[in-house]
Write a protein that binds this ligand. Sequence first.
Ligand code: FAD
Ligand code: SF4
Length: 447
Amino acid sequence: MGTPKAFLTIPRQEAGYRPIHERINDYSEVEQTLNTSERKLQASRCMDCGVPFCHWACPLGNRPPEFQDALCKGEWQKAYDILSRTNDFPEFTGRICPALCEKSCVLKLSFDAPVTIREDEAAIIEAAFREGYIRPQQYERNGRRVAVVGSGPAGLAAANQLNRRGYEVTVFERDEQPGGLLRYGIPNFKLGKNIIDRRLRIMEAEGIAFQTGSEIDLARLPEGFDAYAVCTGTPQARDLAIPGRELAGIHFAMEMLAQQNRVLAGQTFDAKERITARGKHVLVIGGGDTGSDCIGTAHRQGALSVTQIEIMPQPPVGHNPATPWPQWPVVLKTSSSHEEGCTRRWSLNSNRFIGRNGRVTGVEVEEVEWLPAPDGGRPVMKPTGRKEVIQADLVLLAMGFLKPQLPQLPQNAVVAGDAATGPSLVVKCIAAGRRAAADIDRMLNAK
Ligand SMILES: Cc1cc2nc3c(=O)[nH]c(=O)nc-3n(C[C@H](O)[C@H](O)[C@H](O)COP(=O)(O)OP(=O)(O)OC[C@H]3O[C@@H](n4cnc5c(N)ncnc54)[C@H](O)[C@@H]3O)c2cc1C
Ligand code: SF4
């Protein structure tokens, strides 16, 4: 521990977001950074707990006490070495991880002011790139070939780990660029795509081959490989099959988000194809993170108003006795996009879409109550009969994704990431990709 008892005198300081009036006019990352001395002070707050719950909560098994200690002493390279041992891509998690570690930090329990673990991680990895600690390495080849299908965080982590173990790795990706949801789901204002490209350049220089625009039939995996890592994500979004679904102006969230990211990458779409919130009243159905990303994107596109509705009740604010520390707290989350302006409503079920001349003009919603299930399972929804129409000329469906049904795969194939678990988090997918690589290595060496 760098500075004993620093947590008693130094308050938690977040770098915060750029001012709203500035950030909603562009798609650049909203999060700011602290200067080096402030960052070191933040790291010094870590108490180096005997039982580090931050480490326990991290799906990657990151070691925050160790890298905070190095960071607060200004030993940036050592901090990077510790961090990169457990995390292939701290530049992604340092930006967009919900930081399970911080919710379990002992300083969250004692002062509701955890160590700024995620921001510290981002600072360490940015310093590592800036100072040139990250240089492409060459690994001794073992003569075996592995195909990775899908290049989201799970596929990239699997590829990275296999390459380091000496396998010749080819990543097959059906999109035009690698990255999966990092590139075509998560908006640029959360994760700039230059951050993905910077990592891909290193991976390519280390020998990983990327074949983009290459959709693999999972029932017939390409020949010539000793093993396969299938990391194809959850491409199918949950639909809302209610009357009026066929009206123009109703889209899956991903249609809008992916198109906006492509536009920012220089692609053009004709006016008929373009999904934009400009001059529209936008309704986002679904109260989760994807919905929140739609809100931020709609603001930047020039929406007249944005409303987000959720069928479940509003979660408690601040603290939830049902999910005590060190569990992940199920509480109301207010993202940078919510801060930018949005009407948020809960316990609303969507009954039907309403339209004129084939275009959506609104949605009839009904207030619902949630009653405890007699068997203690998922609460039971009870409509109240209190109905109203929410005006909307662009409706975005952000109600989650379906776990895919994969075909029978050969024994030398390992499924990892969202494709295996259903929708999850980037950090969990990186961990899953690392596990898949270890499993493949074990399997091939056992042979
Ligand atoms: C809008 C949105 C915002 C999110 N924000 C966050 C966030 O802030 N923080 C966070 O932690 N998580 C976030 N998530 C979740 C996170 O992005 C996912 O959990 C994660 O990207 C899943 O990784 P993956 O590698 O399993 O799959 P994906 O990222 O979905 O990648 C799968 C890849 O496989 C490719 N593919 C599929 N089938 C084939 C095939 N047959 N042949 C070749 N290629 C194929 C796809 O084109 C895709 O590139 C968000 C998700 C969404 C949708
Ligand atoms: S739980 Fe918090 S204070 Fe304790 S070691 Fe982890 S980061 Fe440091």
